[in-house]
Design a protein around this ligand. Structure first.
Ligand code: SME
Length: 156
């Protein structure tokens, strides 16, 4: 399990050193990918200005054809449409699931948001069935909230 507090401390140091959200988002995705062997693919999608599509910002793991995902489609687009994180224990049971890789069995999407404003999300795939626990979501949400602070500052 990722040590969210340690990641947040590092993100804060990066901010103090002048790094922008691009660098922070990459650092966070890379760290999640490296620290937990259940996380077989970790990506960040950002919502476009119109709030219509998610654009792939960066990822670690196998290449994906889903560089853009319309809001409302797949697990990723559903999270935005409903304004709610998605923990999907069996992707084969998810209607409208967008497959990246046949080896994936479960998926967790955690929104990067400030209140009602959604900036994007972490999308994590696992080859294991039902890989994600509530603790994963809580830890990743803490990291996402830290990233949202920086994104909000840049968009002011
Ligand atoms: N499975 C996602 C698409 C993105 S890939 O997992 C990288 C979905 O259903 O939205």
């Amino acid at each position: 399990m990722v040590d969210a507090r340690a990641v947040i401390r590092e993100l804060q140091e990066m901010r103090e050193d002048g790094h922008l959200s691009d660098a922070l988002l990459r650092y966070a995705a890379r760290t999640l990918y490296r620290v937990d062997e259940r996380y077989d693919w970790v990506g960040v999608y950002l919502l476009d200005d119109e709030g219509a599509e998610l654009w792939l910002h960066n990822y670690f793991g196998a290449p994906t054809e889903h560089s853009r995902i319309p809001v409302g489609q797949g697990v990723c687009g559903t999270a935005v449409a409903h304004g709610a994180n998605q923990n999907v224990p069996d992707v084969n049971e998810f209607e409208g699931y967008l497959s990246c890789n046949p080896g994936v069995n479960s998926e967790l999407v955690v929104l990067i948001r400030a209140g009602n404003e959604i900036y994007g999300q972490f999308d994590i795939d696992s080859h294991r069935p039902a890989a994600f626990e509530n603790q994963d979501e809580v830890a990743i949400q803490m990291i996402a909230d830290k990233l949202a602070e920086q994104i909000a500052r840049e968009r002011r």
